[in-house]
Design a protein around this ligand. Sequence first.
Ligand code: ZN
Ligand code: ZN
Length: 96
Amino acid sequence: MGNDNHDNRNKQHHSAKEQKLPALRCYQCPFCGISMSHRNNMRKHIRTHTGEKPYYCRLCDYRASRKDLAEKHVNIKHPGQEMGNNVACDLPELHR
Ligand SMILES: [Zn+2]
Ligand SMILES: [Zn+2]
């Protein structure tokens, strides 16, 4: 019997239409919704929402990387509100 198994002419035709999406931005920030194409950039960006912005306004969603920015925010956005206790209460130094 001529069982020729190597007569396997099963050429897989690559589907000629391999779609290349131009510069697909596949990483999206869960915080502000901005899209980026590079994962590293996105990770950096997300840090601006989390680790690098420890100061936040308890009266709204505002976050800041510096205390003076948070204070400024409250003075502008929430005039009449007391500063200090309401903002950046998660500061380690304030917890002492
Ligand atoms: Zn963002
Ligand atoms: Zn605010």
